[in-house]
Write a protein that binds this ligand. Structure first.
Ligand code: GUN
Length: 398
């Protein structure tokens, strides 16, 4: 039997449909979540990525602010832009597109983004909260992978998961999310010995190394689930031929365009795996979907209990918790959806999070939770004073 294709586009569409409902309910009370995307300079790939993020905001009805300072921008100038965005009340999420020009201290910039608006989940506060198993805004790509696994009913609890790659953006948060979902997790990297042997023990492989087709069939136990985070533009004809020897349509596309997109996983893995994400159309669409989801979440988070419960819009995880009559011990292991107000993969800080409920057995529903925690101070609620936008060249939409 052929491997099951895990269709990222279909899962993205599901998430968007859920988000649209939530965005309408927020609009009904006068809230329009807003995302500010900062792109420094004119790098074509960054342009493409940021334009896709802005387009997704427009599709869903979120406000978007596209800030485009020149390539010569200094660290201090960019810090000033970030500070303005931190202080704007109409901006709920901020992303600074990476990579930045080399004169800019990227870490300083990422650290300057208010954690409550850090929809990329890169800020050390959010990373630390994820490590500690606390509610956090979580990096979009690994959060998207969790959505694929959960919505495809791939068993995670007790599974052996092997994450290949240890980047701050994907590998490390990925491993933590799988661990919080009760997988047994191994992280491999370029110095790991016998990578194929380790990977062959996995029920779930997540490949996030950025090396075209590195994960070959010998890495994969028959029936395993293989998630491919890689997106590499292959421009070398010999390499394209090696990777896509059995895929004439891909080779034809290479001949027509002079390049072809490959993942970290060799396409012949489909002959061995039980399920896999294709490239393109697998993990990629989820990254932007989770950015949208994080933006809506950040908007709710900043306003605490002054927004209506999303449970009325999308009751799936909340309803099941309620039906069960008790809440699970570990909020990260709940099989609920990303766009639910209390998602597992991208949980929200208190007061709007089920993790609070886990320690309060009297609470029976997420809707109740939001109301009951309404009087609690949210330690990282952003300031609400609206300040003028940055003097840099920019365009604002929405
Ligand atoms: N550059 C490549 N991927 C990303 C991403 O997910 N977020 C940001 N901010 N920059 C990126």
């Amino acid at each position: 039997m052929g491997a099951r294709i895990l269709n990222g586009n279909a899962i993205r569409d599901q998430i968007y449909a859920e988000l649209k409902g939530e965005i309408s309910s927020l609009a009904a009370v006068g809230i329009r979540p807003g995302l500010a995307a900062v792109r420094v300079g004119d790098d074509p790939a960054s342009k493409l990525y940021v334009n896709s993020k802005i387009a997704a905001c427009e599709k869903l009805g979120l406000a978007s602010f596209h800030v485009t300072p020149p390539a010569s921008t200094t660290t201090d100038e960019l810090l000033s832009i970030v500070s303005d965005l931190n202080n704007r009340d109409d901006v709920d999420g901020i992303l600074v597109q990476m990579p930045l020009p080399k004169q800019i201290d990227s870490k300083k910039i990422l650290d300057a983004i208010a954690p409550a608006k850090d929809v990329d989940g890169f800020h050390p506060v959010n990373v630390g909260r994820l490590v500690a198993g606390r509610p956090a805004l979580v990096a979009c790509t690994p959060a998207g992978v969790m959505e694929i696994l959960r919505r495809s009913d791939i068993p995670i609890e007790g599974a052996n998961a092997v994450v290949i790659g240890r980047s701050d953006i994907v590998g490390k948060p990925m491993a933590l999310l799988l661990l919080h979902a009760n997988a047994t997790v191994t992280i491999c990297h370029s110095k790991s010995k016998d990578l194929p042997g380790i990977a062959r023990r996995a029920d779930i492989i997540v490949a996030a190394i950025g090396k075209a087709a590195m994960v070959t069939p010998e890495f994969v136990r028959p029936g395993a689930t293989v998630i491919d985070v890689g997106q590499i533009v292959v421009k070398d004809a010999a390499q394209a031929q090696r990777i896509f020897a059995k895929f004439p349509a891909k080779l034809e596309s290479f001949r027509a365009k002079g390049s072809v997109l490959a993942g970290d996983v060799h396409p012949e893995v489909a002959e061995v795996a039980g399920a896999y994400t294709p490239v393109p159309g697998g993990v990629g669409p989820l990254t932007i979907a989770m950015l949208m989801s994080n933006t809506v979440k950040a908007a709710r988070m900043r306003r605490g209990s002054s927004v209506p419960s999303a449970a009325a819009v999308r009751p799936r995880c909340c309803a099941s918790a309620s039906r069960a009559g008790s809440l699970p011990e570990n909020p990260w292991s709940r099989p609920c959806c990303a766009t639910a107000i209390f998602p597992c993969s991208t949980p929200m800080p208190s007061p709007m999070n089920c993790s609070n409920q886990a320690s309060l057995p009297t609470m029976r529903s997420c809707a109740n939770s939001a109301a009951r925690f309404s009087s609690r101070a949210e330690p990282w609620t952003a300031r609400s004073s609206a300040r003028s936008f940055s003097p840099m060249r920019r365009s604002a939409r929405g």
